[in-house]
Every structure is written in structure tokens, then in C-alpha cells.
Design a protein around this ligand. Structure first.
Ligand code: ADP
Ligand code: MG
Length: 708
């Protein structure tokens, strides 16, 4: 579909097209990411208030949101102390009187509005003030006029939107109401009729109307607030269905590509390699390998995700796959997110390659001059068979002779686009993606909806317990004492430094401070500092000294977050743990507990600590299970922020919530995949609106293979 065919829908109109929205309001709205009309449609209220049941003053209950009609008995400014001004109104109806107060107000406006005898609809939550009795602070009020029946405020279910400073709830409501009035006729249906019928869904425009302004008859407070009304459910379904349709489409069509690279698996090279391993593969490793081998034997390129918690032994699985490609006269690449991890993989893999007589190369951004040229050349001629590297691997200068398999490790650190870029380095090579981010199933279905998934759900035998403890502020001496006693027993420790901000320079400064204080306190210990700014040689030197136990304490920035494997390390101290995300803490903790000894993860936390920060540390203490932790993370941060979604390249969900809406996701996914089976190119006329909608939603984010 090319852009000239796009229907120029005016839902793209800027919000200034709505009366009453000038440049000033438009700026405020921009803060809420609201610019075009369509954004407003999707900006659903986060809560609703029931003003449909009118109360009387005598039946008001403190703490309970209520609406009543009343007359102004008296109104005016009251001074409390020298500076503080309060606007006070006494309302009365036939049952009694009550007081309302405003702390922020425009006096002229208020005096005009609250003239004695004026009749108003008042909505708010009465509270009890110790000195003055029951009162309502900052109620919403509306004058009773003939128009009241059609007003947005009185006698109705009233939406409550997130707003920003300077933008009143009332303005928001009136903007939304105007948007709906003017643009609702332009809202076309996008779902196929059959699906609407089968699931008894509201039409799209009806859903928007009712989700913003629910009719009183629909009001079941609990349902509205938990997004369970038909209007809300319809919009959630639509959002998830569109994404799943795009993913189903990709999956379907990826399967049609023939590479001609059906591999022979379990050849002599693999047999030799398995004999070299110092351990037996776990049952899970064998199972996942069998799944991979079955994929590799087909001409259709593999597109598989391995999900395995930290320490489940993904590297060996990857290496077996790489060697299978080599055994089939192909090259194979392993791409990882950090240089330090690339170096570690390279060092780990090298002995096997040496023993098997396979040329191996390391490609990172630090390669320079002649060395770089030589390495690139050997890749191009096909002399080098296995290439380990960072995202430098996808740069233009690198040409593979025949890339048969690309493995992407710690995929959550890459975006979809990088994942695809490595795939483009060959003629549709097999693709294996590995992640230690234990993505909850619901999220995995969305992010990796177009891939096959294998679960490495078993740990190598002899996994040791890790005790996780939090040390607040001044208790951190205890953490370091614990570290020292472990070191005395011959163990090693990581100290990870605070994440100051997304700036390497600042992170480094903090790391230097921690490093110096450790040197000062423990002059007899061999400590080293490692960070992203070091030269490759220095870094490799430090890592290999640490691996040989010549260095006891490794102070590091988060460069060591993923993948690093030092079995003798039993202590992980995380400085300013309150600043780290949960997934990151879990990854860091995964650096210990890998050898024969019980390990410790010590979280040094400093006040002030946010509620979320506390919840994260609690989750760390409560569980070591990556899946549980990921679920917890979703709860704490919400799906929009969950690591992986933002970087996955998928659009951030506007309405759906992957925890709350898991059931709808399942239904939407099944319907989407079934539809693509029936109409693989969405060619049927009745599917055109859907095709356009999928393109609109995903076109920017996911290359839909240029067909949709
Ligand atoms: P991750 O899944 O986090 O990448 P690694 O591949 O780094 O895990 O493996 C973690 C550790 O477990 C490594 O030291 C590795 O050598 C070891 N290991 C992997 N598989 C087995 C196995 N089947 N038996 C014993 N140890 C294993
Ligand atoms: Mg790993």
C-alpha cells in the first residue's frame, strides 16, 4: 500500500480544529501527548463519577462522592491569617445547609457565579473538618439552566481524565465532548463484521462515545473503573486484535520464504562438540535443541525465541546451533548488546572452536585499522566461520559470504529493527533470539507474537541459593563486612554502582567514588574498576584476571548487567539499588549463584525511596523466579513501561493492559491468526478497513514486509 492510496482522514486534524482550543491549551494538551483528534478518542477517562443519583444535603455522607442541587445562601472571601484567602459558599436545600470552600479562585468570577439565590448542581466529596464540621472542598458546580439536562456535568456519569497543571477537568470534558460531537461520524469501523457479530461487540463509534460518556443506564461503577463495560472491552479488543493481526501476518508470510538452507543436523562436528562439554546437557537444553534442530532442517527460515532465565544455560544451546550452521558450510553470527559480553562469549567459545578447528572472530566497535580490515576480509571470503560481536555486526562494511544463522543474545536490549537488520545480512538466514528477560506469557505473545518460542525452564544441576537482603543507608557497613568474610573464604564479589542517569560519564564518576572508598577501606584486597569507557584490552585483561581469581572485587557500572559468568563470585552488592528497575536487579543478581557456593545479593538502598522502589526491593527478596519477578514488575510499573515493550518497537498500548486484559488478548490473538489463515493478504473487500488500520498502527513500527 503506498501513501497516495491513504485515505486522508481528518481524524489526523490537529486539536486546534476544536473550538475553544487555542495555542495555549494546545500546548498543555501536548504535555499529555495529545495533539491530533485521534489521540483524544483513545484518551479514555481513568475513572468515572456517578452524578446521576441526586442526593439531598441532609443525606450527604463524608467520604462518599455525591451530587445534589442547592441554592446559594451566602458567598464570599474569608481571610484566614494575613495571606490566606478562602472562598466560601453556603448552600441550602429543603433539607439543610452545607459549606463549600475553594482555596484557589478568581474572586470576580466566583462572586458572579455564586450570587445569593443562584441554583446550582454541586458535585464533590464531603469531608469532615475538625473545626467547621462537614464541608466540600473544590466541588464541581454548574448553574441549573434549561440546558442543564444536556450539560456534561450534572445528573450524569462524568468522566475523569488525567490532566496537567492549568488544564481543568471541566475543560478536558468539554474538549472531549466537542471532539466526539464533531468527529464521531468520521470514525469508521475497522473490525470485520463477522468478528463483531461473533463477539457481540459494539461498533467503533458507539464504543468511543460510551467509553467517554457512559449512559447512566450503563453505570456499574465497578465495571467502568475496571474497564469491563462493553464499550471499553470493544476498544481493548480492537487494539490487541490489530497488533495480533500484524504479527499473524508477519508470521504467515515469513513462513513462505524459502532459503534453500535446510541444514543437516547432528553431524560429526556436533557429536565431537558434545563430547568436549564438561557436563551433561539438561533435559530442557536437549528439548530446546531438538526444537531448534527441527527448525534448521526446514528450508523455511527459523524464527525462534529462547526464553531462559538468567543462568539456565543458553550459551551452549546457541553454540550448538552455530556449529550446526558451520557443519553445513555456512557462517554463523552471535550478536550481543555489550562489548564486554561479546568479549566474554568470544573467550568462552574459543577453546571449543580451537579444538574443532573452526575460525572464530570478534567484531566490536573498537576494532581499528589493519586488524579491522583483516577481520572484515576474512568474513567476506568466508574464512571466518563464527563471528561474535555487538551491533557493529550489522554495519554496511561487513559482508558475509554466506550467513546461515544469526543468534541474538539478550534480545531485550535490542529493538525489532536491529533484530531484523542482522537477518538481512544473509539471504534469509535462520534466526535464533535469546532472552533472559522472563517475559510474562501475555507480554511475550504481544512482543514476540510472530515467533516460535522455546522455554529453557530448567537450571543446570547444583544451583546454589542466593540470599537477598536490603541494607538501608547506614547499615551498609554490614553489607561490606559480609563481602569481606566471603572473600576471606576465597570467594569473589561484584559491586555494582549506582545508576545516576542515562549518562555514562555520570555513572562512571559514581563508580570511581565507590571504587576509591573500597580501596581505602580494604587496602589489602585486590579490587578493580570496570566500565564502558575502558579500552578493549584493559577490559579483557581485567575480566580475565577476575576470572582467574587474581582480582577479588570487581567494581563495575552496569556494563556487567547481562551475561557475565564468573562461577566463583558469590557476592553481588548493588549500590543505590532503589534506583534500578526490577528486571535489571534480577539480571544483576543472576551474576552470582552460578558456582558451587551459596551466594549473597546485597541491596544497598538510600533514602528517599519511592513506593515503587520499596516494592521492587521487596519483590527481589520474595522471589528469585524470573517469571514471578516480571509479573511483579508489570504490576508495579504498568505494561507501558515494562522493559522490552518500549524497545520492542511495538506501539505503546493506549487502552489495553496486558495483565488486566489477558483474556481478551487470548481471544483477539486466536481471531487474528484465524483471519490471516482465511485471508492471508487481507484481500477480501470486507477486510480493507482492517488492513488500513493495521498499517496505520504498525506500519511505522514493524516492517510488515512491505505488503500490508
Ligand atoms: P545464561 O542462560 O544466563 O546465558 P550461561 O549459558 O551463561 O547461562 O550458563 C550459566 C552457567 O551454567 C555457565 O557457567 C555454564 O557453563 C553452566 N552450564 C550450562 N549448561 C550446563 C549444564 N548442562 N550443566 C552444568 N552447567 C551448565
Ligand atoms: Mg547468557
Amino acid at each position: 500500500m503506498n501513501s497516495t492510496e491513504w485515505k486522508k482522514v481528518s481524524l489526523d486534524d490537529p486539536i486546534q480544529f476544536i473550538k475553544g482550543v487555542g495555542p495555549k491549551k494546545a500546548l498543555l494538551l501536548q504535555k499529555l501527548q495529545l495533539t491530533a483528534i485521534e489521540d483524544f478518542l483513545y484518551f479514555l477517562p481513568f475513572r468515572y463519577e456517578d452524578r446521576s443519583q441526586l442526593k439531598t444535603i441532609s443525606t450527604l455522607i463524608p467520604g462518599e462522592f455525591s451530587t445534589f442541587t442547592a441554592e446559594v445562601l451566602n458567598a464570599g472571601v474569608i481571610y484566614m491569617g494575613r495571606r490566606k484567602r478562602v472562598f466560601e459558599v453556603i448552600f441550602q436545600d429543603e433539607t439543610g445547609t452545607t459549606r463549600a470552600r475553594w482555596f484557589r479562585f478568581n474572586e470576580t468570577y466566583m462572586l458572579e457565579k455564586f450570587k445569593t439565590g443562584a441554583k446550582l448542581i454541586v458535585s464533590g466529596k464531603p469531608t469532615v473538618n475538625k473545626r467547621s464540621g462537614v464541608e466540600i472542598v473544590h466541588p464541581d458546580t454548574e448553574r441549573v439552566t434549561d440546558e442543564t439536562t444536556i450539560s456534561l456535568e450534572g445528573g450524569k456519569i462524568v468522566p475523569v481524565y488525567h490532566t496537567t497543571d492549568g488544564l481543568h477537568q471541566k475543560s478536558m470534558r468539554s474538549i472531549l465532548s466537542n471532539v466526539l460531537e464533531k468527529y464521531l461520524p468520521l470514525v469508521d469501523e475497522v473490525l470485520p463484521e463477522e468478528i463483531i457479530r461473533r463477539h457481540k461487540l459494539l461498533t467503533r463509534s458507539e464504543a468511543f462515545q460510551k467509553a467517554h460518556f457512559p449512559p447512566s443506564a450503563d453505570f456499574i461503577a465497578k465495571d467502568l473503573d475496571t474497564f469491563k463495560t462493553p464499550a471499553q472491552k470493544r476498544l481493548i479488543f480492537e487494539e490487541l486484535f490489530l497488533i495480533q493481526t500484524g504479527l499473524a501476518y508477519r508470521k504467515k508470510h515469513a513462513g513462505e520464504i524459502k532459503t534453500g538452507m535446510a541444514f543437516k543436523t547432528r553431524g560429526d562436528l556436533i557429536k565431537k562438540f558434545i563430547k568436549l562439554l564438561p557436563f551433561q546437557l539438561t533435559e530442557a537444553q536437549k528439548r530446546v535443541l531438538a526444537e531448534i534442530m527441527a527448525d534448521l532442517e526446514k528450508e523455511k527460515p527459523m524464527n525462534r525465541l529462547i526464553q531462559g532465565d538468567v543462568g539456565s544455560g543458553k550459551t551452549i544451546v546457541a553454540l550448538t546451533a552455530l556449529l550446526t550452521a558451520v557443519d553445513n558450510e555456512s557462517q554463523a553470527a552471535l550478536m550481543v548488546p555489550t562489548e564486554i559480553l561479546a568479549e566474554q562469549h568470544y573467550l568462552n567459545i574459543r577453546p571449543y572452536c580451537d579444538a574443532l578447528g573452526i575460525e572464530l572472530a570478534l567484531v566490536t566497535g573498537t576494532l581499528k585499522g589493519k586488524e579491522r580490515k583483516a577481520i572484515y576480509q576474512d568474513i567476506e571470503t568466508g574464512k571466518t566461520r563464527i563471528i561474535v560481536g555487538t551491533h557493529s555486526l550489522v554495519q554496511k562494511e561487513i559482508q558475509f559470504k554466506q550467513l546461515g544463522l544469526a543468534v541474538v543474545d539478550e534480545q531485550h536490549r535490542f529493538g525489532v529493527l536491529q533484530r531484523e537488520a542482522i537477518g538481512k545480512k544473509g539471504n534469509h538466514p535462520h534466526l535464533l533470539i535469546m532472552t533472559a528477560t522472563p517475559i510474562p506469557r501475555s507480554l511475550a505473545l504481544t512482543i514476540y507474537g510472530d515467533m516460535d518460542v522455546s522455554f529453557l525452564d530448567e537450571f543446570p544441576p547444583g544451583r546454589q541459593p542466593i540470599t537477598t537482603r536490603v541494607f538501608y543507608e547506614k547499615q551498609q557497613d554490614k553489607a561490606y563486612a559480609l563481602m569481606e568474610s566471603e572473600l576471606k573464604m576465597g570467594r569473589q564479589a561484584f559491586v555494582v554502582c549506582p545508576l545516576i542517569e542515562e549518562s555514562e560519564v555520570m555513572d562512571l564518576k559514581a563508580a570511581v567514588t565507590v571504587f576509591e572508598s573500597i580501596q581505602e577501606r580494604f587496602p589489602h584486597l585486590a579490587a578493580c574498576l570496570i566500565h564502558g569507557k575502558l579500552k578493549k584490552e584493559e577490559r579483557q585483561e581485567i575480566m580475565s584476571r577476575f576470572l582467574r581469581n587474581e582480582v577479588q572485587v570487581l567494581v563495575a557500572t552496569t556494563v556487567i548487567e547481562v551475561g557475565i559468568d564468573i562461577p566463583n563470585a558469590t557476592v553481588m552488592i548493588i549500590e543505590h539499588a532503589e534506583r534500578f528497575g526490577l528486571a535489571q536487579l534480577h539480571q544483576l543478581r543472576g551474576r552470582v549463584g552460578r558456582g558451587k557456593h551459596a551466594s549473597h545479593c546485597l541491596l544497598a538502598a538510600y533514602f528517599p525511596i519511592s513506593e515503587e522502589g520499596k516494592a521492587r526491593m521487596k519483590a527481589m527478596q520474595n522471589s528469585r523466579d524470573g517469571f514471578e519477578i516480571a509479573e511483579e514488575d508489570l504490576k508495579i510499573r504498568g505494561p507501558g513501561d515494562f522493559m522490552g515493550t518500549r524497545q520492542s518497537g511495538l506501539p505503546v498500548l493506549k487502552i489495553a493492559n496486558l495483565i488486566r486484559d489477558i483474556k481478551i488478548l487470548d481471544v483477539a490473538r486466536k481471531e487474528a491468526f484465524a483471519l490471516i489463515d482465511r485471508d492471508p493478504n487481507l484481500e477480501a473487500p470486507e477486510n480493507q478497513p482492517l488492513k488500513n488500520a493495521v498499517h496505520r498502527l504498525l506500519g511505522k513500527h514493524l516492517p510488515l514486509m512491505d505488503i500490508i
